[in-house]
Design a protein around this ligand. Structure first.
Ligand SMILES: [Zn+2]
Length: 237
């Protein structure tokens, strides 16, 4: 009987934790619909109204940790607000697992893009336009690099200073297995970080994991920061 009681208790707990996120809606459509750069955008909508987070992965196709993390994020369940996720924003680069294919320019040097430009400029224009229309509270831009230790990059802290401190504090205190975590505040011209934060006045945090680490640890780092952001905006409670 005692065992049965425990089982029922566990089942009730499982039901209640699931119940919290019941009503999460997952929707999707594609950007660049009529082109070879067609790629899905996913919407994760909590039952209650709340903040909006825009997550972008695959701006560089060889940065697998960020792409895999974005694929996990699009399946999350939340209580409040909306997460918009483009896991493979440069689908050609992602297919080839290259930073950018030889027939394209670097997407992260071409924001805000051009409506009648090259394929890369058109792609940048469409992503930038989506962010402009959606007006998210924050954009999280998922990347990886090889020559530096893991870091976040932010251009200005417009209203997110405490979030930045929270992330840096957690990473430096080794909440997850991460060494030499650092931060930078000078994103390059044409990057989504610089252009969106300066022209649209929407804060952007770029996450850079270290490609020399194990893939699983890199994905975990991205997920850990995303969860910190969700908690900061109280989207999970
Ligand atoms: Zn990158």
């Amino acid at each position: 009987m005692k065992k049965k009681g425990i089982i029922i208790f566990v089942l009730v707990l499982a039901f209640m934790s699931g119940f919290k996120y019941m009503g999460t809606v997952h929707e999707s459509y594609c950007i660049m619909e009529q082109s070879g750069l067609k790629s899905p955008v996913y919407y994760v909508k909590g039952k209650e109204k709340g903040p909006k987070i825009f997550v972008i992965g695959g701006i560089h196709g060889n940065e697998i940790g960020g792409i895999e993390a974005a694929e996990k994020i699009r399946k999350l369940r939340i209580k409040k607000g909306t997460i918009i996720v483009i896991p493979r924003s440069n689908i050609e680069a992602c297919k080839n697992e290259e930073r950018n294919p030889y027939y394209m320019q670097d997407l992260n040097r071409n924001f805000p893009g051009k409506n009648n430009g090259t394929d890369t400029e058109k792609l940048a224009y469409e992503i930038y336009g989506l962010i402009k229309r959606e007006k998210p509270d924050i954009v999280i831009d998922l990347h990886e690099w090889e020559s530096n230790s893991p870091a976040i990059i932010f251009n200005s802290t417009n209203n997110i200073f405490s979030l930045i401190l929270d992330i840096i504090d957690k990473m430096n205190n080794n909440v997850i297995k991460m060494s030499n975590f650092s931060y930078y505040s000078t994103p390059p011209v044409g990057s989504i970080n610089k252009e969106v934060s300066e022209k649209l006045n929407i804060p952007v945090i770029t996450i850079e994991s270290d490609m020399k680490e194990k893939l699983e640890d890199r994905i975990n780092m991205h997920m850990y920061i995303i969860n910190t952001v969700l908690k900061y905006y109280r989207m999970d409670e």
